[in-house]
Design a protein around this ligand. Structure first.
Ligand code: FAD
Ligand code: GLY
Length: 377
């Protein structure tokens, strides 16, 4: 029996990123222990709306949109694979996403976005006011149009975390909840030990996947990793009848219809805020925006509200790769608004990197870029 205190790889953080990496490593036969200070998914991941918004969240072309598209493409097969292995349905829904324009300026911006995305080879269709009214009759008639993105899809974020976690466990990984990593012993670029709330671990390699908290832990290991926490608040309602099938994305909120009839309405963005809970102002603003887009939502049943802290970065790109100056420390974080979407490519790519398969698509995301520039001033 393997010594669980000396796994080949220790993953710190049991969000969608840590559990996806643990799952992919376990699939390769690597002995993994994941350490989560709270509950699996209890950070940002279970707070997410579950959009796989590779196109809607991308304002311009570049390596980030390429990574997002690659990850989005992986989901249909990943969903089948997780169902076969765990019996869990992650509720992948391919009915597309509609980004709405309230005035002609927004319409022009969206039409421009549609143009570059079509040039890139993706599908993006402009719907004018008449088309919008015909296809989505319950939307407010003042909306001037929308960019329909048929391939941006969605999943249930909590189910995805659960499926990665169960998949990893079934493959032999050990996922420990309620275990906080407090620091470590580092010698000549190697993490020799992790100190935790239940004692010491001596892993062969360490993956830092601690979301918005990764910067604190990196500091304990002697690294300066700039992570920008961005709190998000959301709520859920249940309309009296189905009002729309597609995810709607407006200027001040998005509305994500779920398999069980709920609609998730999100989300605020508050930088440098780790506080739990949801303010009355957030609820008021999100509901007002939602009612502006779909007036009949006023009659929907109130369900609940929640919040999470997104892990942002200084340049908007995630940190994926080896920690500079270390031989056995890896960083997977900073996924900001797209961690659910990017979990597929991150898990697979990080497992490949750790098992010494180069992943060229990760080159633009190497953590070295911020650490080197910080050292150089
Ligand atoms: P987390 O889920 O926060 O996981 C990190 C984990 O590390 C936590 O569970 C934490 O407890 C643990 N940890 C921290 N420190 C330690 C320690 N010292 N020891 C042990 N464990 C530790 N993304 C999308 O793609 N689509 C969406 O629709 C979407 N909607 C969102 C809506 C909201 C309201 C929010 C807040 C986010 C949304 N996101 C969305 C973003 C997405 O949720 C994040 O990018 C993603 O969850 C980040 O995953 P993570 O695993 O890095 O972080
Ligand atoms: N991607 C949606 C959010 O972060 O709120």
């Amino acid at each position: 029996m393997a010594d669980r205190r000396k796994p080949e790889v220790a993953v710190i953080g049991g969000g969608v990123i840590g559990t996806s990496i643990a799952y992919q490593l376990a699939k390769k036969g690597v002995e993994v222990t994941l350490l989560e200070k709270g509950l699996l998914g209890g950070g940002a991941s279970n707070a997410a709306a579950g959009m796989l918004g590779a196109q809607v969240e991308s304002d311009f072309p570049g390596p980030m949109v390429e990574l997002c598209l690659e990850s989005r493409r992986m989901f249909p097969a990943l969903s089948r694979e997780l169902k076969e292995r765990t019996g869990l349905d992650i509720e992948w829904n391919g009915s597309g996403l509609l980004r709405l324009a309230g005035d002609s300026e927004e319409a022009n911006q969206l039409e421009e976005r549609g143009r570059w995305q079509r040039e890139r080879g993706e599908r993006a269709e402009w719907w004018n006011r008449e088309t919008l009214r015909r296809r989505e009759p319950d939307l407010d008639s003042s909306l001037v149009g929308g960019l329909y993105i048929p391939d941006d899809s969605q999943v249930s974020a909590p189910r995805l975390v659960q499926a990665f976690s169960q998949g990893a466990t079934l493959l032999g990984a050990e996922l420990l909840e309620g275990v906080e990593v407090q620091g470590g012993v580092v010698d000549r670029g190697r993490v020799l030990e992790l100190t935790t709330s239940i004692g010491r671990f001596s892993p062969g390699s360490v993956v830092l996947a601690a979301g918005a908290w990764a910067g604190f832990l990196a500091g304990e290991l002697g690294l300066d990793l700039p992570v920008v926490p961005v709190k998000g608040e959301s709520l859920a309602v249940r309309p009296t009848r189905p009002l729309f099938d597609r995810t709607l994305f407006g200027n001040g909120c998005y509305l994500v219809p779920k398999a069980d009839g709920r609609v998730i309405i999100g989300a605020t963005e508050i930088r440098q805020d780790f506080t739990p809970g949801v303010s009355g102002e957030a609820i008021q603003t999100l509901l007002a925006e939602a009612f502006r887009l779909v007036p009949e939502l006023r009659e929907a049943e109130w369900l609940r509200s929640w919040s999470g802290v997104r892990p942002g970065t200084v340049d908007g790109l995630p940190y994926l790769g080896a920690a500079p100056g270390f031989t056995n420390l890896w960083i997977a974080g900073g996924h900001f608004r797209n961690g659910i979407l990017l979990s597929a490519v991150t898990g697979k790519g990080m497992a490949d990197l750790i098992t010494e398969n180069p992943v060229t698509t990760f080159t633009p995301f190497s953590p070295e870029r911020v650490m080197v520039s910080m050292k150089g001033g």
